[in-house]
Ligand binder design. Structure first.
Ligand SMILES: Nc1ncnc2c1ncn2[C@@H]1O[C@H](COP(=O)(O)OP(=O)(O)OP(=O)(O)O)[C@@H](O)[C@H]1O
Length: 361
């Protein structure tokens, strides 16, 4: 996927800006508060329906403006030209995909695939499991059509079981029926997640080797959310039922699935530095982008916000060298001070943002 045009209006401090991105690297520089992140957020919004800094209603629309508007056009690997427009007021939205009105934001958002590294992405390594689960499920949504239906059934069954667990005088027959549905859909979701992590593992090892060779082999491991080696999900739900009835929620199951990343040269429990955590998260994100490319025949757009901060010159260089090997279109934002030296011969287009206005340099 290669964006050929982007216009944004009323996104944070940006009144209106238009970019004609290059096919490979697009560097967006400017001082703090200039509006660089707002450009990447706009692209993120088109492929996720929200910003990585929160919901649209939480300050993405420019103060005193009725709504933000974003329009993007891109080329696909098969030679098609696609376009997407979104107007969002923070509560209501209207979207058009390839000239047709869109009823569901999720339909709109699956068209343009992107992966994003932003300053909060370190949480993939050192944060709560929900971010890692979301990342794992993003991959499956995009590459595994068989995932969506059991994932929806699982979410519903989980919600229903939790509601029943909180009820006084609950119907055991109902509880058993929802447990059966949860167990059935949960086993399918878990098998697909486990396969997905197995497929990602060698790519994570590869990107780990490129970005953090000093830590030794990066080892990715799936954690199913219950003792899957010992018990089927149906049995785990049954065994945990007394505890779940006491607590009023499902304590173990696929809703607690996770993954963990270890490094051969790091003892278990030894914390990574901030820079290493950032590079480890980047390795996982780029591995997922490459997995998408292998499965779908084209790379998602890669968005890297504030890439260079906290990285020493040597690691900055290894990131850029590694990115040069990927066929992706990449957007990198950073302050002017964070000079990025790209390997020779790379196609790099540069933009400068000042007070919300973008110009090509
Ligand atoms: N809803 C809004 N309306 C108007 N201006 C806003 C709104 N929300 C944020 N801003 C302003 O928009 C500017 C752009 O912020 P943005 O995060 O895009 O800058 P940046 O160039 O990425 O900065 P940094 O390098 O510090 O990360 C900031 O000055 C901020 O105060």
């Amino acid at each position: 996927m290669r964006l050929t045009h982007l216009t944004l209006s009323n996104v944070r401090s940006v009144v209106q800006a238009t970019l004609t991105p290059g096919p490979r690297f697009n560097v967006i520089s400017g001082d703090n508060g200039a509006g660089k992140t707002s450009i990447l957020e706009s692209l993120y919004l088109l492929s996720n329906g929200k910003s990585f800094r929160g919901r649209v209603g939480d300050g993405l629309v420019r103060v005193n403006a009725p709504a933000l508007e974003i329009f993007a056009r891109w080329d696909t690997a098969s030679g098609a030209q696609r376009q997407l427009g979104l107007r969002h007021s923070g509560s209501d939205w209207e979207g058009r995909l390839d000239g047709q009105n869109c009823q569901l934001l999720s339909d709109l958002c699956t068209a343009l695939a992107s992966v994003t590294y932003e300053p909060g992405s370190h949480a993939l390594i050192d944060g709560r499991s929900d971010q890692r689960r979301r990342m794992m499920d993003w991959g499956l949504f995009h590459v595994e059509p068989a995932f969506i239906s059991p994932w929806r059934r699982l979410a519903r069954a989980h919600k229903q079981r939790n509601a029943l667990l909180k009820q006084r005088g609950l119907s055991m027959a109902q509880l058993e029926a929802w447990e059966a549905e949860l167990a059935q859909s949960g086993e399918v979701v878990t098998r697909l997640r486990a396969d997905h992590i197995d497929a990602l593992a060698p790519l994570v090892a590869l990107w780990g080797q490129r970005l953090l060779p000093e830590l030794g082999e990066a080892i990715l491991r799936f954690l199913p959310g219950w003792k899957r080696q010992e018990l089927s999900l149906a049995d785990a739900l049954l065994v945990n039922r007394p505890r779940d009835l006491a607590t009023g929620f499902t304590t173990a199951g696929p809703h607690r699935a996770d993954w963990e990343l270890a490094f051969a040269h790091r003892a278990q429990g030894e914390r990574l530095s901030r820079g290493q955590t950032k590079l480890a998260a980047l390795a996982v994100i780029l591995a997922q982008a490459e997995h998408y490319a292998i499965q779908r025949g084209e790379w998602p757009v890669v968005l890297l916000d504030d890439l260079a901060s906290e990285l020493d010159p040597q690691h900055r260089e290894s990131v850029l060298r590694a990115l040069a090997t990927a066929e992706a279109q990449v957007f990198i934002s950073g302050t002017v001070a964070q000079d990025l030296s790209f390997p020779d011969g790379l196609d790099v287009k540069k933009f400068h943002v000042e007070n919300g206005a973008v110009r090509e340099i």
